[in-house]
Design a protein around this ligand. Structure first.
Ligand code: NDP
Length: 250
């Protein structure tokens, strides 16, 4: 059963003092989430594969006078376990802490019957959508455990909660993220301050949505900035103790 906190009103300093890592932070929901987290006081680490886009988000955060962000260019498709360990070591060296981890980057792949799914594309997509959240969580776990109140947020989709024809590797990767979230939540519940939840953004006006639904009028959809309060709730202290649960942003 999924829940929503879309009526939640985050206070301006909700995330003050927190360090939050966001993947896919250069565009779409990730970029908007990064700006919103910074606007609520967080130091945001912007991870993505296109440096130019990350720089634009960095500049917007700086121009708004929010805590200075950091850029970490990384292509999750080709990243090896050691790259994740290096990232965690860099965060520890530069910031000494990590309080939030938003697994947001994803590939849509192609919408095609499962039996005809291109095997090479399947592997590439799983590397980004499934292996990356696993490897990144694993690498950052010790840092997260040291935070007084750490939150891991997995990004799902309606097709991750109920499979649908032609959504192939994307839907399966999202369902696996839901399951991975539950396992992390269950394992971390006992003796750590780390919680894990999942969020389904719902239909949002982004490049990925336009690729999935080319005939749709984007103006009928909310912009990423309009769907973020549940993200802020889950990344901030007001959701302390909430773990292993599924949320809808809309
Ligand atoms: P976008 O395609 O607009 O943005 C995805 C981001 O992920 C981009 O910044 C992209 O980088 C980055 N990314 C993709 N591949 C890699 C990679 N190999 N390494 C590093 N970064 C990568 O998607 P949305 O903002 O729409 O989606 C955000 C999340 O929300 C995703 O998990 C998606 O599945 C989910 N979602 C979105 C919905 C929607 O309606 N928009 C609905 C349901 C779920 P670059 O810009 O360089 O390509």
């Amino acid at each position: 059963m999924s829940e929503t906190m879309k009526e939640y009103q985050p206070r301006p300093d909700l995330l003050a003092g927190r360090v939050i890592l966001i993947t896919g932070a250069g565009d779409g929901i990730g970029a908007a989430a990064a700006r919103a987290c910074a606007a609520h006081g967080a130091t945001v680490i912007l991870l993505g594969r296109t440096t130019r886009k990350l720089e634009a988000v960095y500049d917007a955060i700086e121009a708004a006078g929010h805590p200075q962000a950091a850029i970490y260019p990384m292509n999750l498709e080709g990243a090896a376990p050691k790259d994740y360990d290096d990232l965690a070591a860099t965060i520890e060296r530069e910031f000494g802490r990590l309080d939030g981890l938003l697994h947001n980057a994803s590939q849509l792949g192609t919408l095609t019957p499962l039996g005809q799914y291109d095997v090479a594309q399947w592997s590439r997509l799983m590397q980004v959508n499934l292996n990356a959240p696993f490897l990144l969580t694993r690498a950052c776990l010790e840092l997260l455990k040291r935070s007084a109140d750490a939150s891991i947020l997995f990004t799902s989709s309606s097709v991750g909660r109920q499979g649908r024809a032609y959504w192939g590797a994307y839907a399966i990767s999202k369902a696996a993220n839901e399951n991975m979230m539950q396992i992390w939540a269950d394992e971390l519940e006992a003796n750590t301050p780390v919680r894990a939840n999942s969020i389904n953004p719902g239909a949002v006006r982004t490049a990925m949505r336009a690729r999935a639904y080319p005939g749709e009028d984007p103006n009928t959809l909310p912009r990423p900035e309009q769907i973020l309060v549940t993200y802020l709730y889950l990344l901030g202290p007001d959701s302390k103790g909430v773990s292993g649960r599924q949320f809808d942003a809309q």
